[in-house]
Design a protein around this ligand. Sequence first.
Ligand SMILES: [Zn+2]
Length: 64
Amino acid sequence: MAVKKKACKNCGALVDNDVNVCPVCKNNQFSTNWRGRIVILDVEKSKLAKMLNVKKEGEYAIKK
Ligand SMILES: [Zn+2]
């Protein structure tokens, strides 16, 4: 079973439940009600990254 993750309320980055500070934007507020998971492999080439205003590679929630 997959480990339950939470989404940063600011940038949407998905982190493990025991993480307290977002590694992307240093925000400390998280949502556990997120939906839709996307993986950004290359922020320069990904249209989704631009749409979601993602600046760093990683896993993100679409709705947070
Ligand atoms: Zn964040």
